[in-house]
Design a protein. Structure first.
Ligand code: KIV
Ligand code: ZN
Length: 397
């Protein structure tokens, strides 16, 4: 079946960098941008140039050095921001300016203190000005999901008429739900004049843990660009996790018949590099990239895994570049996993010896969290030697 292409816009270096404690210097941005290039993302949002001189320099460096993907720079819908973003990104082989202006009444009244009419006028002028500088313009009505739908359509239509080539619908505060978000996307595609001439994008935050589900619902409803961050980092509870949205489409093409240019084997190396750069690893049970994502402790699961990994793994660790499945020996483990670990260590045990070791192992596992190889060896009835040693003896006789 022909699969539709979904564009992946990675904002790890911009929205991801906005997570507390995750700021990156120029060298770190460049290192990660190179890895995001190997990962195969279509667009790298490299930063928000007006925010600091360091960020300006970081965006400029990435734009100059990373030539395959589109490089985007963020700007508020203001002349000085747009000029600054353009100055930073214009050296890119494919530059994009991404500008945003709030659309919800709560933001317009309390943050910006402007009317809806003024917001429409500002959108028109800012997009037209940005378009006079750069052929690739993305516009985001900030807090779109808490915006009156009719006004949202008016704002998107204004941006399209003024020259936006991509319109991104942000769920800025992670408020929407999949069915509702799908309805918003369908409404925009149906009611906005010119919507068929642009790429509709989505940018979901994870305040209610819905960022990936909302992004996927939006894709089903017709969005064709998804904005993501590696390891799901980003403002507050983070952004749509790139690894999850990609692997959901890979593992369930029956439900999501779409393709991306992402090289899934580069997911884990990218996640590791990001963790190193920001000094924070994902939680152990984090889908796809967490330390326990391919670890099995329960005896029934370990038995199933040893018979056929498909029993308990819906994707291989290799498919995301992770080191491999792990059988964790703990108090829930069974004899099969224990025998297999002894075999890995070079010991082939008789049933009787295995039982002896198993009883000691369970008793110890009940008392402490980790059972180490030294513990396993200490359980062995003497004399027990590695198979390799026994094989050497046989070869000598
Ligand atoms: O969450 C948000 O609304 C944003 C915009 C700048 C796209 O990050
Ligand atoms: Zn955001």
């Amino acid at each position: 079946m022909e699969r539709e292409r979904i564009v992946i816009f990675d904002t790890t270096l911009r929205d991801g960098e906005q997570s507390p404690g995750c700021s990156m210097n120029l060298e770190e941005k460049l290192l990660l941008a190179r890895q995001l290039d190997s990962l195969g993302v279509d667009i790298i949002e490299a930063g928000f140039p007006i925010s600091s001189q360091g960020d300006f320099a970081g965006v400029q460096k990435v734009a100059a050095e990373v030539r395959r993907p589109v490089i985007a720079a963020l700007a508020r819908a203001k002349k000085e921001d747009i000029e600054c973003a353009w100055d930073a990104v214009k050296v890119a082989s494919k530059p994009r300016i991404h500008l945003f202006l709030a659309s919800s009444d709560i933001h317009l009244q309390h943050k910006l203190k402007i009317s809806r009419e003024q917001a429409l006028q500002q959108t028109k002028e800012a997009v037209a000005f940005a378009r006079s500088l750069c052929p690739d313009i993305e516009f985001s009505p900030e807090d779109a999901t808490r915006t009156d739908p009719q006004f949202l359509c008016a704002m998107v239509e204004t941006a399209v008429a003024a020259g936006a080539t991509t319109v991104n619908i942000p769920d800025t505060v992670g408020y929407t739900m999949p069915e509702e978000f799908a309805r918003i996307i369908k409404t925009l595609l149906r009611d906005v004049k010119g919507a068929d001439k642009i790429t509709l994008s989505v940018h979901c935050h994870n305040d209610l843990g819905m960022a990936v589900a909302n992004s996927l619902a939006a894709v089903k409803a017709g969005a064709r660009q998804v904005e993501t961050c590696m390891n799901g980092i980003g403002e507050r509870a983070g952004n749509c996790a790139m690894e999850e949205v990609i692997m959901a489409m890979r593992v369930r093409p029956d439900i999501y018949p779409y393709e991306t240019a992402v090289v899934s084997e580069q997911i884990y190396p990218t996640s590791q590099l990001l963790s190193k750069v920001i000094g924070a690893t994902p939680q152990p049970n984090k889908a796809i990239v967490g330390n326990n994502a391919f670890a099995h402790e329960a005896g029934i699961h370990q038995h199933g895994m040893l018979k056929n990994p498909l029993c308990y793994e819906i994707m291989t660790p290799q498919s995301v570049g992770a080191p491999g499945s792990r059988m964790v020996l703990g108090k829930h483990s069974g004899r099969h996993a224990l025998a297999s670990r002894y075999a890995e260590l070079g010991y082939k045990l008789s049933e009787e010896d295995l039982e002896l070791c198993y009883q000691q192992f369970i008793a110890l596992a009940d008392r402490k969290k980790n059972v180490y190889e030294q513990d396993l060896i200490s359980f062995l009835p003497a004399p027990q030697r590695p198979i390799s040693a026994q094989a050497a003896e046989v070869a000598q006789t």
